[in-house]
Design a protein around this ligand. Structure first.
Ligand code: NAD
Length: 324
């Protein structure tokens, strides 16, 4: 199979491309390698991918439809994994336009590409943030999700609605993956586990929001990759639904307090963090918790990495990355 992966230089894109190439797929990666976070990190991920013979890469902006058409011209693509997005809840408060351009226009371009080129299988990234102010735990896919508390979440929910209409109108198989706080090696410098590790290394204080009374369903990257690949292998169209669109929670089904994350980081690095307790931030939610029974049943998704184990692996990699 030839699989088009957008956001290939990103955290989840990098790990998924590596796994796809390792099992013999041909991957065409796209990414604009933007400076939202450390470009060296994105370049280092790309270098590793480009050392594999079945991986090719085009640097382009997904919100530019002509650039997308040029990148895929003459290629027979069997499936699309659309991960390119402007991520981050807090950044969306000050920078909504980039989210509209990349997450809405970019998503539309991918849908149009699938429609015009006849790609039958599209898997795309949604987010746990679409559950917004939900208080019913754990979050299940059929919960009402019409109260996004950040513009980022609003763009991801919009993607799900756009996907549903394309599945209904054009019969394209679309699978949305609601990722829950993914962490691990080669991860994202804008996320708490990385920021805490960096502050600890510099012996600087960390800000702990909502006085630490927040929990997240932290999900380890290798577990996520198995879920993403299972979603590519089992398209929504195979489920016999009226409309071939399905969304799945990909989480760990084990919410952990922010202070538990702090504890795991302190243990992995053998050092205590200097903590500054702060109030809740605008756009944040207090708790996330994935009900993963649908993904277990239909994708065979079975996350098994504990936070302690995953942070230990991240910390070993992080030390290597900072030493290079
Ligand atoms: P990431 O930021 O590491 O990866 C996204 C990639 O998309 C980046 O390499 C970036 O350069 C690229 N990109 C951004 N705008 C682009 C554009 N206009 N054109 C082309 N490329 C562009 O993030 P990630 O953690 O790997 O997330 C992958 C997907 O999963 C995203 O859609 C994100 O919203 C979603 N997601 C991630 C998490 C998580 O915890 N990591 C949680 C929920 C949802």
């Amino acid at each position: 199979m030839t699989i088009l992966v957008t956001g290939a230089a990103g955290f989840i894109g990098f790990h998924t491309c590596k796994a796809l190439v390792a099992r013999g797929e041909t991957v065409l990666g796209l990414d604009n390698v933007n400076g939202y976070y450390d470009v060296d990190l994105k370049q280092a991920r790309l270098e590793q991918l480009l050392s594999q013979k079945n991986f090719t890469f085009v640097e382009m902006d997904i919100s530019d439809n002509d650039a997308l058409e040029r990148a895929v011209s003459g290629q027979k693509i069997h499936a699309v994994l659309h991960l390119a997005a402007q991520a981050g809840v807090r950044y969306s408060i000050e920078n909504p336009k980039v989210y509209a351009d990349t997450n809405l226009q970019g998503f539309f371009n991918v849908l149009e590409y699938a429609r015009n080129s006849g790609v039958a299988n599209v898997v795309y990234a949604s987010s746990s943030s679409i559950y917004g102010g939900n208080t019913k735990m754990p979050f299940a896919e059929d919960d009402v999700t019409d109260t996004p508390v950040s513009f980022y979440a609003a763009t991801k929910k919009s993607n799900e609605l756009m996907a549903h209409s394309y599945a209904h109108l054009y019969g394209i198989s679309l699978t949305g993956l609601r990722f829950f706080t993914v962490y691990g090696e080669w991860g994202r410098p804008d996320m708490a586990y990385w920021i805490f590790s960096e502050k600890l290394r510099r012996n600087e204080p960390v800000q702990i929001f909502n006085n630490g009374d927040m929990s997240r369903d932290f999900t380890y990257i290798d577990d996520i990759v198995t879920g993403v690949i299972a979603a590519i292998d089992r398209p929504a169209s195979a489920l016999g639904l009226d409309v071939p669109h399905r969304v799945y929670n990909l989480g760990n089904d084990k919410p952990e307090k922010l202070m538990d994350l702090v504890g795991c980081i302190e243990k992995a690095f053998g050092q205590e963090l200097i903590k500054e307790f702060q109030p809740m931030q605008l756009g944040d939610v207090e708790r996330t918790w994935a009900d993963i029974s649908r993904a277990r049943k239909e994708l065979g998704f079975n996350p098994h990495t504990s936070l302690e184990e995953g942070i230990e692996r991240f910390a070993s990699w992080f030390k290597f990355w900072k030493m290079r």
